[in-house]
Design a protein around this ligand. Structure first.
Ligand code: NAP
Length: 293
């Protein structure tokens, strides 16, 4: 069993730390909003006073925060992970951020033998809760071997795709694909509603055919109820599409579908729905929010 520091205990990071405790690892936890650590501390985690403190003595420091600047702050900022982590230990970043940021952090810490493994996740809040996430992993073979047993505590599919940054590039692909799916399920179910179809029965029928998807199976109840509690917040998905669009543009790719969904999400955010689940794209399908107005 390993000694693990956990930094960021939100929708994803909180359950991940819980699974690490349940697997028998020695866990230290830190969250900016301290109260989110309470339950984990009751279950036996050590309450750390800073990211640096969470990293002290850890073999692996698991980070799961919102965005690229947040990652850089909790790792390289004052009292950050870099201040406390032992030489030769591993940062296992499960946030979804720009691939270039992972490489920058790895380069900043390379002379101390600290490895960065980027392992952004897919599977949503329930994937984290049930410990069945999918991880897209980037990092050296040696660092991946150390990180893998930690990931196994909360992932059912773990794929090593290349050096540091490769996990984030793969996650961008995932976010591009699901952007279209969230939008099209919203549009399809809006059409079904006006056609007077029995929606639950329709979803079951669709799930047996070519229109099947994780989003159709897991998010249809939200679209059908016209209620979109997070989940995976629209603002976070929009952040991910921004990463994909910027990286794609740098490589000469237009990513037209991704840009369209990003504009739709901008309209949702402007209308006050940014904290809702990504399935809030159903509001566009139903014409409740009209992009460009
Ligand atoms: P969340 O519930 O909003 O939690 C975000 C976490 O980051 C919180 O612990 C928050 O602390 C912390 N944080 C943000 N900015 C910070 C800063 N500047 N300094 C310190 N801590 C900071 O988000 P989440 O859903 O767990 O998502 C976390 C990451 O996983 C994101 O990159 C997201 O894109 C990715 N992800 C999410 C899902 C999903 O379905 N939710 C699925 C796959 C991947 P506070 O508690 O103090 O705000």
């Amino acid at each position: 069993m390993a000694t693990v520091g956990c930094v960021g205990l939100g929708t994803m990071g909180g359950p991940m730390a819980g699974h690490l405790l349940a697997a028998g690892h020695t866990v230290a936890v830190w969250n900016r909003t301290a109260a989110k650590a309470d339950e984990l501390v009751e279950r036996g985690a050590r309450r750390a006073s800073s990211p640096a403190d969470a990293a002290a003595g850890a073999d692996v420091v698991v980070v799961c925060v919102s965005d690229t600047p947040d990652l850089e702050q909790v790792v390289l900022g004052e009292h950050g992970v870099a201040e406390g982590i032992a030489d030769g230990a591993i940062i296992l970043d499960c946030s979804t951020v720009a691939p270039s940021s992972e490489v920058r952090i790895a380069e900043a810490l390379a002379d101390r033998g600290v490895h960065v493994v980027d392992a952004p996740l897919s599977g949503g809040a329930e994937g984290a809760r049930n410990g069945v996430c999918t991880a897209f992993v980037g990092g050296s073979d040696v660092a991946f071997a150390v990180a893998k047993p930690i990931l196994e505590a909360f992932c059912k599919t773990i794929t090593h795709l290349g050096p540091t940054g490769a996990g984030q590039a793969a996650k961008a692909v995932n976010q591009i694909i699901i952007s279209g799916t969230y939008a099209s399920v919203g549009e399809g179910l809006a059409y079904a509603e006006q056609a007077g179809l029995p929606l639950e029965a329709l979803v079951e029928a669709l799930a047996g055919g070519a229109a099947d998807s994780w989003i159709l199976r897991n998010r249809s109840p939200k679209y059908i109820a016209h209620e979109y509690p997070a989940g995976f917040r629209t603002v976070l998905h929009r952040k991910d599409l921004g990463i994909a669009i910027a990286e794609g543009e740098a490589a000469g790719l237009r990513l037209a579908l991704t840009r369209t969904v990003a504009a739709w999400q901008d309209a949702l955010i402007a209308a006050g729905y940014g904290e809702e689940d990504s399935s809030a794209l159903g509001r566009i399908g139903r014409g409740e929010v009209v992009p460009g107005e």
